[in-house]
Design a protein around this ligand. Structure first.
Ligand code: ATP
Ligand code: MG
Length: 287
C-alpha cells in the first residue's frame, strides 16, 4: 500500500463512527409537487447505502440534494461535516468538486477524450495538473490501468462505467453517489461493477450511496433505505435480495397504504446479522 493509500485508510478508520451525509427535514418542491417531503437520513462513514422506491418517489432528487447538485426548498444537508445550506454557488461548486463523486446510469464520459483524460478532468477543472501516477492509480483502483489510452467508444459498457467511477473517485471524495450506476449494464457486467463498489467500501472505507431498482444490487449494500412519495418509508440492514424484493412489492403495490403499513413497523428495522449477513440470492460475486 502506498503512503497516500495508507493515510487514507487510517483517516477512514478514525472516521468510521462518524456521519458522512446528514439530511434533516429536507423538502424539495417543484411547483406543487413535493419530490422530497421531509426526509431525515444519516449515512455512516464507510458504509454502502442503497436507496430504493417506486418511480417518481424522489430517489434522484434525494441524491442530488445530498450531493449539492440541487438545493432543498427547506431543511439542511451536511456532507463530511460541512453544511451545504447557505453556501454560495462558488463554495458549493468547490465542495462538489473536492468532497463528492457522482456516477450516473449513462456514464457521461467525453467521447473524444481517452480514459486517462476523462479521469483527469475533475483535477483539471480544479486548476491542478494531474500527475501520471495519480491517474494511473485511479484507473488501477477500478482494474483499468491497461486501458488508459482507450476512448470510451473503444471500451465495453462495464469498462466505461469503471472509467466514470475512477473519474468520480480521483479527488478521493468523502462520499460517492451513484444514480442507478448499473442500470445500463447487463446482469453480469452490473455485478462486476457492484463487486467493485463493495470492494471500495470494504477496502478503502469509501462511503457510497446508490440508487437502484434491482433487489440483487441493493443486497450488496449494508443498508437499504426505501422512499415512497418523497418520504422515507422504511429500511433494511444487511439486506438480502429476497427481503428487498418483498418490501418493494409491498411498496409498489400499496402506495400510501404501504407507507402506513411500514410505519406501523416503526423501529422494526432488520438489524445487521439478523438476515445472515449480506448474502444475496446469486451469491455476491467478486470481480
Ligand atoms: N425538475 C423537475 N420539475 C418538476 N418536477 C420534477 C422535477 N424533477 C423531479 N420532479 C418530480 O419529482 C418527483 C421525484 O422525481 P425523481 O426524479 O426524484 O424520482 P425517482 O425516484 O428518481 O424516479 P425514477 O425511478 O423514475 O428515476 C417526480 O414526481 C418528478 O416528476
Ligand atoms: Mg431517478
Amino acid at each position: 500500500m502506498n503512503e497516500t493509500a495508507s493515510n487514507a485508510a487510517s483517516t477512514t478508520a478514525s472516521a468510521n463512527a462518524s456521519t458522512a451525509v446528514r439530511l434533516t427535514a429536507v423538502r424539495r418542491l417543484h411547483g406543487d409537487v413535493a419530490a422530497l417531503d421531509g426526509v431525515d437520513l444519516e449515512v455512516a462513514s464507510g458504509t454502502l447505502v442503497a436507496v430504493m422506491g417506486p418511480s417518481g418517489s424522489g430517489k434522484s432528487t434525494l441524491l442530488q440534494c445530498a450531493a449539492g447538485l440541487d438545493r432543498p426548498t427547506s431543511g439542511t444537508v451536511e456532507v463530511g461535516g460541512t453544511p451545504l445550506t447557505g453556501l454560495s454557488e462558488r463554495r458549493l461548486t468547490l465542495l462538489r468538486r473536492e468532497r463528492v463523486g457522482f456516477v450516473f446510469q449513462a456514464f457521461n464520459l467525453i467521447p473524444s477524450l481517452s480514459a486517462a483524460q476523462n479521469v483527469a478532468l475533475p483535477l483539471r477543472l480544479a486548476g491542478r495538473r494531474p500527475s501520471r501516477t495519480e491517474i494511473r492509480d485511479a484507473l488501477g483502483r477500478v482494474g483499468l490501468a491497461d486501458r488508459a489510452r482507450h476512448r470510451p467508444g473503444e471500451l465495453s459498457g462495464g469498462q466505461q462505467q469503471r472509467v466514470a467511477l475512477a473519474r468520480a473517485l480521483v479527488t478521493r471524495p468523502a462520499v460517492l453517489f451513484g444514480d442507478e450506476p448499473t442500470g445500463a449494464l447487463d446482469t453480469g457486467t452490473g455485478r462486476q461493477v457492484l463487486g467493485l463498489l463493495r470492494g471500495l467500501v470494504d477496502g478503502e472505507g469509501q462511503t457510497t450511496v446508490m440508487v437502484t431498482h434491482d433487489p440483487v444490487a441493493a443486497a450488496y449494500a449494508d443498508r437499504v433505505v426505501f422512499l415512497v412519495d418523497g418520504r422515507v418509508a422504511g429500511e433494511l440492514w444487511s439486506p438480502d435480495a429476497g427481503g428487498v424484493a418483498e418490501r418493494m412489492a409491498l411498496l409498489e403495490g400499496g402506495g400510501a397504504g404501504a407507507v402506513g403499513a411500514l410505519g406501523a413497523e416503526a423501529g422494526g428495522f432488520v438489524r445487521a446479522g439478523a438476515r445472515g449477513g449480506r448474502g444475496c440470492a446469486d451469491g455476491r460475486g467478486g470481480l
